[in-house]
Design a protein around this ligand. Structure first.
Ligand code: SF4
Length: 284
């Protein structure tokens, strides 16, 4: 039976993108190919918040659960889902254990209108080989909608691509790729983060959209450049702009201007409902 290293598994409201407001099960896998230490930092500087928390965890007082980990206001707000120093907090779980847990956390004990969000970290790293076993579990039979929240850099393996195409072609099923392509403000390199040919392939098996996290005019200019590259490659999906998250003060400063920038370009605006609703806490 396949196993997946699970950073978090919780039930909440989807706060972003196409399924904003939909009750959702979030399966957060461990591991990411990026660090995104540039978020919220002056141009060219990298956040040390995650590294500092990791030093506390490994050398002073180990955290025993996610809920106790400090939230960060710079860098990746999901740092514990990929930073190697926190891997002890993410157990390897069998498909059976994951689906049992899902049935426990859905309030009525069965899939109704809930949607499954497979997120990370980067959920399309090595775990692609394990998802068919998970989704074939009888307890997942009534699941109709899945979103992969990805950074858009991982090609689908031929086996997983054909599995997803079949899953999505089943009547009533809907597969979505919410692609948060990383702009230079993340601290990642353009040529490693903006990969239109990878994202265009997602559109062959489901609906894909791009969601850019922006905080400055430069970010919006970078998003325009990226969209041009994606469109040139044949990408057809919607474009969303979303304000930087993390702490409420940063979020509030950005939201209106981001919405106006999206309107001006005929793009969509995505809120981050988990910030005003739940203060961006773990498990939300
Ligand atoms: S791609 Fe996502 S999970 Fe990975 S480091 Fe960047 S923000 Fe964090």
């Amino acid at each position: 039976m396949s196993k997946i290293k699970i950073a978090e598994l919780f039930y909440s409201i989807q706060g972003e993108g196409r399924y904003m407001g939909v009750p959702s099960v979030f399966l957060r896998t461990f591991g990411c190919n990026f660090k995104c230490a540039g978020f919220g930092m002056p141009h060219g500087e990298m956040s040390h918040e995650a590294t500092d928390i990791a030093a506390t965890h490994t050398m002073i007082t180990p955290f025993t659960k996610y809920e106790d980990l400090p939230l960060v206001s710079t860098g990746c707000d999901s740092y514990a889902s990929w930073h190697p120093d926190f891997k002890d907090l993410s157990p390897m779980l069998t498909s059976e254990a994951i689906t049992d847990r899902i049935m426990e956390i859905i309030p009525h004990g069965e899939w109704k209108d809930e949607h499954l969000v497979i997120t990370g970290g980067e959920p399309l790293l090595g775990w692609q080989r394990a998802y068919p076993d998970l989704l074939n579990n009888p307890k997942m039979r009534d699941l109709k909608e899945i979103t992969f929240e990805t950074n858009g850099t991982q090609k689908l393996t031929p086996e997983f691509k054909s599995y997803l195409a079949k899953w999505n072609s089943t009547v009533g099923n809907e597969l979505t790729f919410s692609v948060s392509a990383k702009l230079p403000a993340s601290g990642e390199k353009w040529e490693e983060a903006i990969l239109p040919e990878v994202v265009c392939e997602y559109e062959e098996v489901g609906t894909a959209y791009l969601k850019f996290v922006v905080a400055t005019e430069q970010d919006i200019a970078d998003a325009e450049r990226a969209v041009e590259e994606f469109r040139t490659a044949g990408f057809r999906g919607h474009i969303y702009l979303m304000p930087v998250g993390g702490v409420e003060s940063v979020y509030n400063l950005n939201a209106k201007n981001v919405a106006l920038a999206a309107m001006k370009r005929g793009w969509r605006y995505s809120d981050r409902l988990q910030v005003p609703l739940f203060k961006n806490e773990w498990g939300t």
